[in-house]
Each structure stands twice: as C-alpha cells, then as structure tokens.
Design a binder for this molecule. Sequence first.
Ligand SMILES: C[S@@+](CC[C@H](N)C(=O)[O-])C[C@H]1O[C@@H](n2cnc3c(N)ncnc32)[C@H](O)[C@@H]1O
Length: 233
Amino acid sequence: MNRIRAVQQALSMRSNPVYLEIGVSRGQAFQRISADVKLAVDPAFRLTDRTRELANAKGRVVEYFEITSDAFFENEAALLEQNPVDVALIDGLHTYEQVVRDVENTVRYLKDDGVIFLHDCNPPFELAGRRAESWDEFMAQQSGPLKIGIWNGDVWKAIVELRSTRPDLLVGVLKCDQGVGFVRKGSPESTLSYSPKQVEALTYADLKADRTRLLNLKPPRYLDEFLATTGAR
Ligand SMILES: C[S@@+](CC[C@H](N)C(=O)[O-])C[C@H]1O[C@@H](n2cnc3c(N)ncnc32)[C@H](O)[C@@H]1O
C-alpha cells in the first residue's frame, strides 16, 4: 500500500470523480491517477512534457495551477464550487500549519462522502521529521557529505492538531509509505485534546513515545474499512 494506491482505490469506487493534488513536483503520483477531472497545484512544477502527456491521457479535464495552495483556494473558489472534490492528495509544503490549512480549505470543497489523503505523516526517524520551509532548506540543514533523502517535516503535527480541533472529521494515518494520512467528514472514533500551544511544543521524542495514539495509526488493510464507511459507490 502507498499514497498512489490509496488514491486509486478511493477513486475506483466513484463515477466521474474529481481529483485534487496539492504538491505535484515531478508528477510521480499525478501521471498515474485516472479521474474525470484532475486538478494539479504546485508553485514549481517539475513535469516533463512526457509526464504531462501521460497525466493528461488519464483525465477528461486536466488543469495545472502553478501557484501555492493558499493562492489556489483564494483564486479558484468558483471552479471548486462547480467541481466538488471526491478525492484529494495533500503533499505540498511540509509544515504542519500549512497542512492544517490545506486540509481545512479542501474540506470546504469536499463532497460529503469525499476523502483526503496526506503524505509524510509518520517520519521514521528524527532527521526526517525536522522542520524546514522547503526541501532546499532541509538539505542545507545537514552538514557533511552524507545527506539523507527522506524529508517528512512536521506534517505529523497536523494530524494531532486536526484530531484535537475538528470533532467533525475522522482523521488517522496508515502505517505505510512514510505515513499516509486519511480524512473524511463524520464522527471520529477517538479525539485528542491538545491546545495549539501544546501542538507547537510537541517534539519528535513525543511522537516516538506515543505514535499509535497521537496519529491514530492503523495497518494498511484499514483502508478498506475506511473507504467502506464513506458510503461512496
Ligand atoms: C514531495 S513533492 C510532491 C510529490 C507528489 N505529490 C508525488 O506523490 O509524486 C512536494 C511539492 O510541494 C510543492 N510545494 C511547496 N510549497 C507548496 C505550497 N505552498 N503549495 C503547494 N505546493 C507546494 C513543492 O514545489 C514540491 O513540488
């Protein structure tokens, strides 16, 4: 299981679905996803002509927005109202405040039975979970010749914050692909009660000590159960 399979499985249950991807980069995911309407958002696409061709062949309407996610939601309200989202993948800027904003903005345009996936919710070690404003800043933080190529940032804190502030959303993380977060409208089975200040103060050591509870961590097979409860067909 990985983010791409989770998105594909969720889309396969729907007719003429709308797919939104925030943070597309080289299009590793976007080129593989089939949907009726595909919306791609990234302030710095790194797509080759061939990748765009492949991505475009898998949708009836495929649109690219070379702007930040905040600007996208500000500028494209009319488009989103006309095309409410079935499935979204949020994989843009890896700071938790931005991820919370991306989820909350997406929820505004999400169908009642729609689902959101988030990448990078379960950093495997401290360095991967380091906070930075960009990939380049993350790489620059590492001194010496050996640099690690996995960066999840503090996206995991967005899960803690959403589980503490949004009792109207079911939020958790599948234990695969560096943590695939899932969100849908509806009652959560459990919540947390961290204030914004407490979320800000959480450290990687806190995550390491209490991963399963903080993230509502589930085995990958939980995806079937999660999708079944949306009632989508
Ligand atoms: C990890 S990559 C995305 C990978 C892609 N989703 C995939 O699975 O193949 C993260 C991307 O987020 C983009 N990004 C950074 N800040 C952003 C923002 N504010 N809004 C949207 N995307 C952003 C970066 O330009 C980068 O291309």
